[in-house]
Design a binder for this molecule. Structure first.
Ligand SMILES: Cc1ncc(COP(=O)(O)O)c(C=O)c1O
Length: 365
């Protein structure tokens, strides 16, 4: 990333600063290239647009990036490289798509799984010695549990143990897993990196050349290639990540504090609140606490659904990380029955905080 701060790199990284070139690398709508050249076919060799996006995101995390058609396409590559009989450790409630991969492989006898509480650092340290893949998701969706990444990723481990961190909720601005010692960081760039709910994209970043080559080969084999327009829009969205995140996490902190003392709310989960179980861990290394929070209105799950149905400024929608706030009751999602029935997860956007608060108060009745 050179000597620039992440904020400057987000604005400047990945540009082709050659006289006559456009400032923004345009979308290269291309599968095929004139030969002879190193770039033969875009599924194997990418395009100028995907190169620019990989330079941008790799520089941000401090490694070499590979971009994918979605976050799940990126995550699948990390699991699919495991040999039959592998041992893996995952959080008790990872993103449900990742949980689907883990459960299916377990049912097929492909691997043995340890499901660990992300707050239980000793259990993760123990897993490092025993597992081929240690997969963390921090903060974890939707309880916002933060893993002690510097301690877990920095602990000694066998060279065969791959430590991967899904940092989607944190963004590359709030934590730097590779600096702490993780082998791989993964993001659903669909979320905060893209930032406008208008694309699907995923990324893996690593400093290990062998791991990079292996992921690259698997991306080629799986055909999980990002489209030209999506790559272009991801760059365009990422240019403003620092500004969006600054506003959104300020809003999140303010809303979390107001919700916590609201008489219609029984619990608020936000790593920035001193009441959150992993606040101290989060405060020890995270630059900011992010823009994701969960809360439970008093009463039944149906009441929580009614609250979601009543919002007018906030969007009742599943995805997250956009300029617009979204919220959703998580227990209604298949496979999420372990989530408290009235828990609403909110992705806080860039609207004015008082308007968001007024909307929430009205919806809470
Ligand atoms: C934490 C986390 N990881 C991974 C994913 C999967 O990303 P995508 O939807 O881009 O495939 C998501 C999507 O919601 C997510 O929230």
């Amino acid at each position: 990333m050179s000597e620039w701060s992440p904020e400057s790199w987000l604005v400047a990284g990945g540009r082709n600063r050659t006289a006559g070139e456009p400032l923004n690398v345009p979308p290269a709508f291309a599968s095929n290239f004139y030969l002879p050249d190193d770039r033969v076919y875009s599924r194997s060799d990418g395009t100028a647009t995907t190169d620019a996006l990989e330079t941008l995101l790799g520089g941000l995390e401090g490694g070499r990036a590979l971009v994918f058609a979605s976050g799940m396409a990126a995550a699948a590559v990390v699991f699919n490289r495991l040999a039959v009989g592998a041992h893996i450790a995952v959080p008790t409630d990872p993103y449900h798509g990742v949980a689907g991969i883990v459960d299916e492989g377990e049912a097929q006898g492909r691997w043995t799984v340890r499901r660990l509480d992300q707050a239980d650092t000793p259990a993760w340290l123990d897993a490092l010695a025993q597992c081929d893949l240690v997969w963390l998701e921090s903060p974890e969706n939707p309880l916002m549990t933060v893993a002690d990444l510097p301690v877990i990723c920095g602990a000694p481990r066998p060279s065969t143990t791959l430590v991967a961190v899904d940092g989607t909720f944190a963004t590359p601005l709030n934590q730097r897993p590779l600096d702490y010692g993780a082998d791989v960081v993964m993001h659903s760039a669909t979320k905060f990196i893209g930032g406008h709910s208008d694309l699907l994209a995923g990324v893996l970043v690593t400093r290990d050349d062998d791991v990079y080559e292996e992921f690259d080969r698997r991306r080629l084999l799986h055909g999980a290639t990002i489209g030209a327009m999506e790559a272009f829009l991801t760059i365009r969205g990422a240019r403003t990540l620092a500004l969006r995140l600054e506003r959104a996490q300020q809003n999140a902190m303010e809303l979390a504090a107001r919700l916590e003392v609201h008489d219609q709310i029984s619990r608020v989960l936000y790593p920035g609140l001193p009441s959150h179980g992993t606040h101290a861990v989060a405060a020890s290394f995270m630059v900011g606490f992010g823009a994701m929070l969960s809360f439970e209105p008093t009463g039944s799950g149906e009441r929580a659904s009614e609250v979601c149905a009543r919002v007018e400024l906030i969007n009742h929608a599943t995805s997250l990380g956009g300029v617009e706030s979204t919220m959703e009751r998580r227990a209604v999602i298949p496979g999420q029955e372990r989530i408290p029935p009235s828990l609403i997860r909110m992705s806080v956007g860039c609207e004015h905080v008082d308007d968001l608060w007024a909307d929430l108060q009205r919806a809470l009745g």
